[in-house]
Design a protein around this ligand. Structure first.
Ligand code: G3I
Length: 407
């Protein structure tokens, strides 16, 4: 299905050239104008080349057709970690401008701390994305730290920001075996069902009408395709999954309810196990609306299988979403690895765009400045589409090119 390596190879050099120019411009002079829309890239390319040849003059290079949006030069408060590139600016045509045409949410996982402390993070997020997912703030240990006590402060910061920026919120996650509050381990098993029911009803109820979709169950299937051995399975039993979906639905019947997992973009026991679990829930009439494919990658997934897998859920009437994409690279990245990374982002987005039931494309963070990868994979990083200085990478251009197709 994807034998258009010729197209990708040509666009690779085009992207590389363009990225080099953007990177050079981010590192060199300030008031180079920003790229317009993709169709005027060639004129900008010529302009960039021309401007690199001579010292920058006033920004007359923008094609007259584009009404240049004044790009704010952000002056960071002394406390915030200002990016290395002194002339931070926003793209003129962000990803979120293109996504609606594909009925797609384009999103990123985020955290309240950088949102409150790093103005570049706050500026890029609302500018580029129309959806956000809490990376950690809605997880058990943070939102339900003590028995009977719920702390919504961190998650509320994210939900409020989303509302202020016309963004949709995807909740993550109600039931997981990790990042549990310490007190849960001490709960007698015969009380665990009541704890989980209260947890789900309280959180989904609190965000009713504000969170459009929830990862109800995260990583409930093991690599053998069977139910993962978790405290929920041990104490409540295998029907903890259908109970969780039923409680979430009762708390907010309008919210879309997802099963979310990793390594299911590959043909293996796990991806089959997830399909069988979801199909069995539907057969029992359990309210479930889709499957989240996390997509934490080091290499390109088999596009044909991924498309077929997404199609198998379409046949069940379910949505699929790319929920946590990142492509980690050996540090330091090279121009070659950055281009390979761009190809992988392009391939996954293209499969999603070509699957009518793929309704969201979310990356697990957006700038290499804040990413889980270096902590969990020492020696790896640079996994996202903006670098640590908020300069857009070849991967960003690949996403925008794919989203801009058909414009
Ligand atoms: O809250 C403590 C803080 O008090 C302490 O000062 C700090 C320093 O050690 O650690 C903070 O806890 C960290 C927590 O994230 C919140 O930032 C934990 O150490 C850290 O291990 C934890 O990592 C998160 C990880 O899930 C936990 O498994 C990552 O940020 C988060 O990106 C990651 O996300 C998961 C998805 O939820 C599910 N899919 C896989 C994905 C990546 O693992």
């Amino acid at each position: 299905m994807y034998n258009n390596h010729h197209v990708i190879r040509n666009s690779r050099w085009f992207i590389f050239l363009l990225w080099m120019i953007i990177w050079l411009s981010a590192c060199s002079t300030a008031d180079l104008p920003h790229e317009g829309d993709l169709t005027s890239f060639t004129s900008i390319l010529a302009a960039q080349l021309q401007s690199l040849a001579q010292p920058p003059t006033t920004p007359t290079l923008l094609p007259t057709s584009l009404t240049p949006i004044p790009t704010p030069t952000m002056v960071p408060p002394a406390s915030s970690p200002s990016p290395a590139s002194p002339h931070f600016s926003l793209t003129i045509h962000p990803l979120r401008q293109y996504a609606p045409a594909h009925n797609l949410y384009i999103g990123a996982a985020v955290s309240p701390k950088p949102l409150l402390e790093d103005p570049y993070y706050a500026a890029v997020l609302g500018h580029e994305y129309n959806l956000l997912t809490p990376e950690n703030a809605m997880k058990f240990e943070f939102i339900h730290p003590e028995p009977g006590f719920f702390d919504f402060t961190q998650a509320d910061v994210l939900v409020e920001y989303a509302e202020q920026h016309g963004m949709t919120v995807r909740g993550h996650t109600l039931v997981w075996h990790l990042q549990l509050a310490d007190w849960v381990e001490a709960v007698p098993c015969d009380q665990m069902e009541a704890v989980l029911k209260d947890h789900i009803e309280t959180i989904v109820g609190h965000y009713r009408g504000q969170v459009y979709a929830w990862d109800v169950i995260n990583e409930g299937i093991g690599d053998d395709g069977k139910l993962r051995d978790t405290i929920w399975l041990r104490c409540i039993g295998p029907d903890y999954i259908e109970k969780a979906f039923t409680w979430a639905y009762a708390a907010d019947p309008a919210a879309k309810l997802f099963y979310n997992d990793y390594d299911i973009e590959l043909e293996n026991q796990k991806s089959s196990g997830v399909y069988e679990l979801v199909a069995s829930l539907l057969q029992k009439g359990i309210p479930i609306h889709g499957v989240g494919i996390q997509m934490h990658l080091v290499e390109a997934p088999p596009a044909a299988y991924l498309a077929k897998y997404m199609g198998s859920f379409a046949d069940l009437g379910l949505e699929v979403q790319i929920t946590e994409m990142d492509v980690r690279l050996p540090e330091p990245p090279t121009s070659e690895t950055l281009i390979q990374q761009a190809d992988i982002y392009r391939l996954v987005l293209r499969v999603c765009l070509e699957a009518p039931n793929c309704t969201a494309f979310v990356t697990w963070g957006f700038t290499d400045r804040y990413s889980w990868v270096p902590e969990f994979f020492p020696g790896f990083g640079s996994a996202l589409v903006f670098d640590a200085d908020y300069v857009l990478k070849p991967a960003y251009i690949a996403l925008r090119e794919e989203l801009g197709k058909g414009e």
